[in-house]
Each structure stands twice: as C-alpha cells, then as structure tokens.
Design a protein around this ligand. Structure first.
Ligand SMILES: Nc1ncnc2c1ncn2[C@@H]1O[C@H](COP(=O)(O)OP(=O)(O)OP(=O)(O)O)[C@@H](O)[C@H]1O
Ligand SMILES: [Mg+2]
Length: 615
C-alpha cells in the first residue's frame, strides 16, 4: 500500500487522544504577562463594562420609581413621567454605546495579543532544529499555530468578557435585590447552591461532549487536508470511493458529536429556564402576598421579577464559557510547550567571526560519528578532507548516508564524535547565519513558495536586484521556461511550485543558488529530474560556477560527476573508494561496476527498449 495512504490510517487514530488536564495557574500567568502591556485598554474595558452594566440594571429601577412614585401614587404628574422615560431612553443608549466600546476595545487588545503569540510561535518554530521536525508531525504544528491560537482568541473574546461582564452583572443584581427587599433577596440567594449543583451535574457531561465534537472536527479537517495533498495518489489508485467512505464515517461521527453537544446544551438551558420560572412563580406568590399585605410596593415586585430574569442569563453564560476556558487553558499550555523547546542546534558561546569574503572553502570531516536520535549509527569515525576549490563527487547506494553527510556540513544536526570544520573552524563555532551564507545547498526535492519567480529565486530578499535574478536564470537556462509563462518573471507560482515540472523546479533552485553565491556549493541529486540536454546545460553552468568554489556533487547519474576532481564512493556510512573517474575505473571496484551498469543501461535502453517492458 502506498506510503501516503498508510499515513491516513495512522492519522485517523491519532485524533483520539484525551485532552491533557488544564493547568490554570500557569496559563493565567502566561496570559497576564501579555495583558500587562495593554493595561490601559483593559482598564478602559473594565470602566466601559461597569457603565454598560449600570445603565442596564438601572432601567428596572426606573420603572419601579415610575410605578410606585407616579402611577400608584395617582398624582398625574406627566412631566416627571416624561423625564423618567427620557432617562430610560438615555440609559438604553448609554448601555448600547458602552457595550459597543467595551467589545471593540477588548477585540483590539485581544486580537493584537493573539497576533503576537502567533508571530512568536511561527518565528520560534522556524528556529527549531531539524531533529525536532523528524519527531513532530507538521499536522500538530499546524494545529498549534491555527486552532490553539484560535482558542486563545476565544479566551479574550468570550471567556474574559463573560467573566468580567456577567460576573459583575451577577453581583450587581444581587446587590440591587437586597437593596429592594432583603427577605426576597435572601430567598434568591438560596437559589445559588441549587444552581451550582445543576451546573456541576452538567459540567463534566458538557465538557465530554464539547471535546468530543472538537476532536472529531480536527480529525475531519486533517483528513481533508491529507486527501488534498495526496489527491493524485488517490486518483491513480482509484481510492476515491474508499476515501469517500472513510470521510462519510468521520463526517457522521462529527455530526453525532455535534448533535449530542447541542442536545446537552439545550437540556442544560431548559433546566435553567425551568428553575428561573419556578423562582419567578415563587417570588410572584410570596411577593404578591406582601404587595397585597402592603408590606412591599408593587414597583419593587416588578423590579424584582425583572432582575430575576436577568439573574439567570449571566450564570448560564459563565457555565457555558467554562468549556472554552478549559480548552483555552490547554491550548495556552500546549503553545508554551512548543515555545519552551530550545533548538538543539544553537550558536555556541565561543563563536568565531567568519569573514565571508575571505572564506577559502576547505572542508574537513574529522573522524565523525553520527546517528539520528537514538537510532543506529550512520557514520562511525568517517574521515574526509576536501581542499578549497575542489570539486568532489559522491556516489553510493540509496541510504548510504550521502545526504546525511551534507546535513552535518550544513549543521542541520551535530555530530556525536569528531568534528566538521570549514577552514579549520568547527561548524559548531560558526554563527549559523554566517554558516548558511557560506554553504549553499540544492536539494533532491527543491521547494518553491507561493510567490513570483523573481521572489522565489531571490528568496524574498529585496536586496538582490531583479537583474541579478534574470542573469542567474539565463545562466542555468531557465530563461526559456520563464519566457513561456504568462507574466514572465512575475508569474505567480502556486503553493510548492505545483504549476511546474520537477525539472523546472530544479532549474529555478539552481538559479537561486547562483544568486546567493555560496563559498561551498552542495548539489544533492540536483540533476536527477533533468533531461540529458538540460543536464548538459547545467553541467556547463556548474563548471563555471564551481571555479574557485568548493563544490560537492551527489549524483546517482554518473555522467554528472565524471568530471569531478575526486569521486568518493560511500557505502553504509564508510568511504570504500576514492579517486578520479579514471583511477576508479582502473581499480575495477564498486565504482567501475556502477559505471558498467550505467553504461549498459544506457546501451540497453537505446538498443532494445522492448527488453525493459514489464511483463
Ligand atoms: N531524519 C532522519 N531520521 C532518522 N533516520 C534518517 C533520517 N534521514 C536519513 N535517515 C537514515 O539515514 C540513512 C542515510 O540516509 P541518507 O538520506 O543520508 O541516504 P542517501 O545516501 O542520501 O540516500 P539517497 O541516495 O536515497 O538519497 C538511511 O538509512 C536513512 O534511513
Ligand atoms: Mg539523499
């Protein structure tokens, strides 16, 4: 079964993991460090909230005044009634205005905090070492940057607002109730434990349904994303139906989880409504008796009933936000888990300043030993010394360690024993920014970004002129390809350069390396996707580029490296042969056999193509 389809199977199960337990204290500490710079805005939000709440809560009190002092008193004082109406209207408007202000201010501060976190996270991820990306799936990193930051966003937009507004509303309503009538207020206070009991009873149930819905949604999204990137594979293996079935299953799972979540919420809300209505009935009964017995005024009863109606809304909101608070807490801790990871590869304390212009390009692998993580060793005491300006070809079977050796020179990983030196300086002591300016790598699978050809060649570095880019493209023969494109050098490439063939992508990555003029040039299978005519063009370009530059060329196609000053044959992490093409042919060893094979293949494919057809 193809690799990508296998991955889907494993990924489908990976979404089942339980959410870690939220650690509120650390999450709040982290978030409050972000809130501090926005102190002023948050204080303004608090002021606006207080004014908005006061405006809303004073309205029933105004009606009470109108009822008790005007209507019930029967003094026909229309002018003061009009004043009350005007104030009522004014309060409504002020409630509206300050709620609007409060929302806007909070959005502004909250969004800028979330944008800052997202930026920090992205910058941090780009600094992490390759060993981290070997261990971590890109899917989970995408989740951190997108959904986890979104959960933090919800914290500011919903949780914080609710805690502030509804918490304050609740307290104010209680105060107003006690002010109006202490006995009735006390009865209502007795409600709180009942409400708490209901909320607790529903809480774990609501949390489970909420998290189940979220997990199933992310599984659904991951499934779609993987299918999109492996679309050609699906079509070529006729997997459309099978994948559609799998999607249907996931979709139904999500649908069921969603329905269950909504059902739980509706049940919870209606239970609250019922409790609210029972309370009102109770207040109408006891309060009504009191009004009839003239111990309280009718207006007080009216205001009381209105407050009870308002009393349940914030409690409901706070309970609902509990889940969001939990997922935001988990998200914050997860984001900080990533931010806390130190890159394995770091600039050492005793860095040596390397002047780019004076780099000679001598490369020494001094008895290096290396393994990926805790895996089996790839190199055991490998020794290789490359002179400045030398062109070295490396051949070897698949998995021999050719790319790994180059990764060590680029310091994507550090050796466990021995050292990799450039001009006698350990790469671990060269600042990474300098190192990556000195060493240039064209990889097996060149990567292009969504952007214009110009920007892709100069890697969005505006200091490199358009003319330089065009010159480099002409040099490697990419100009013909560019001239065929609708907007020439300004043609926008789609994601991963998917509008281009593999060979065309390689040509552009060649142009890229020529523009950046590294002192040590590494080509790792960089001509694998080119036809022999284009390869010859690149060969010629390479000869010019490699002058005065240390060049390391890894190739399976031997024609690419025949001209090298020295050819190294690598097998299972050790150098088994070394010498010029002629010397190695004479040696009649591994290289000679490889060469014979390649010649034979070339001849066979010309002379007897039918012999190669698969039965
Ligand atoms: N990131 C990694 N994590 C763990 N093992 C790795 C990693 N990259 C490569 N390896 C292993 O290291 C060995 C050498 O791999 P490497 O990519 O250097 O081979 P190569 O000579 O470049 O092969 P090819 O000709 O196929 O490109 C292989 O056995 C491979 O499985
Ligand atoms: Mg390789």
């Amino acid at each position: 079964m193809p690799q990508a389809i296998n991955n889907w199977q494993t990924d489908q199960n990976s979404g089942q993991g339980k959410q870690p337990k939220p650690q509120y204290r650390s999450a709040f500490r982290i978030l409050s460090s972000y809130i501090t710079p926005h102190r002023k805005t948050f204080s303004l939000v608090a002021i606006c909230t207080v004014i908005a709440i006061a405006s809303e809560l004073f309205q029933p009190f105004l009606v009470k005044i109108a009822i008790d002092d005007n209507l019930m008193a029967g003094n026909n004082d229309f002018s003061s009634l009009l004043v009350i109406c005007a104030i009522y209207l004014g309060l409504s408007l002020s409630g509206l205005l300050f709620t609007y202000l409060q929302n806007n201010l909070l959005q502004d501060a909250g969004q800028s905090i979330v944008a800052k976190i997202r930026k920090q996270l992205f910058q941090h991820i780009t600094k992490l070492s390759m060993s981290y990306f070997d261990k971590t799936s890109s899917g989970s990193l995408i989740t951190h940057v997108s959904s986890d930051t979104e959960a933090v966003n919800q914290f500011f937009n919903q949780v914080l607002l609710t805690l502030l507004r509804d918490g304050l509303t609740l307290v104010s309503i209680l105060v107003m109730m006690f002010y109006l009538d202490a006995t009735l207020g006390l009865y209502c206070l007795l409600l709180l434990p009942i409400i708490a009991l209901i909320a607790i009873a529903f809480r774990s149930f609501m949390r489970t349904t909420y998290q189940m819905a979220r997990t199933r949604l992310s599984r659904l999204v991951a499934f779609v994303a993987e299918n999109l990137s492996g679309m050609s594979l699906i079509q070529v293996f006729h997997q459309q139906k099978a994948q559609a079935e799998l999607y249907k299953e996931r979709n139904e799972d999500y649908f069921k989880a969603n329905v269950r979540e909504i059902r739980t919420q509706v049940l919870f809300n209606r239970t609250f409504d019922l409790l609210g209505n029972l309370t009102i009935a109770f207040v109408v009964w006891t309060g009504g008796k009191a009004v009839l017995g003239t111990t309280i005024e009718f207006g007080v009863l009216y205001a009381f009933i209105t407050y009870i109606r308002q009393f349940f809304q914030p409690i409901n909101a706070i309970t609902q936000q509990w889940n969001t608070l939990q997922s935001a807490t988990v998200a914050v801790n997860r984001i900080w888990g990533v931010l806390d990871i130190e890159p394995e590869i770091q600039d050492s304390a005793k860095t040596v300043k390397v002047d780019y212009e004076s780099v000679q390009g001598r490369v020494d692998f001094n008895k290096i030993s290396f393994s990926y993580g805790n895996g089996s060793p790839i190199f055991r005491g490998l020794d290789l010394h490359i002179r400045p300006g030398e062109m070295v070809g490396i051949v070897g079977t698949t998995g021999a360690g050719k790319s790994s050796l180059m990764s060590l020179l680029c310091r994507f990983y550090d050796v466990q024993e021995g050292s990799v030196n450039i001009d006698g300086n350990d790469v671990r002591n060269i600042p990474q920014a300098d190192l990556h300016r000195i060493v240039g790598l064209v990889q097996q699978e060149p990567y292009l970004y969504a952007g214009s050809i110009i920007d892709n060649v100069r890697m969005f570095d505006e200091s490199i002129s358009r003319e330089d880019v065009i010159q480099a493209c002409e040099f490697v023969g990419a100009d013909q390809l560019v001239s065929r494109m609708a907007d020439g050098y300004d043609t926008k490439l789609s994601e991963r350069g998917s509008g281009l063939s593999a060979g065309e992508r390689q040509l552009l990555s060649f142009a890229r390396i020529i523009v950046f003029r590294p002192k040590i040039l590494i080509l790792d299978e960089a001509t694998a996707n080119l036809d022999s005519q284009t390869e010859q063009l690149i060969q010629r370009a390479l000869q010019v580029v490699s002058k005065g530059r240390t060049t390391i060329v890894i190739a399976h196609r031997l024609s690419t490296i025949m001209q090298a000053d020295r050819i190294i044959v690598l097998s299972h992490g050790t150098i088994v042969e070394s010498g010029t093409h002629a010397e190695l042919i004479e040696l009649q060893g591994v290289y000679e056999e490889l060469y014979r094979h390649s010649q034979g293949e070339a001849a066979a494919s010309i002379e007897a193509p039918e012999a190669q057809t698969i039965p």
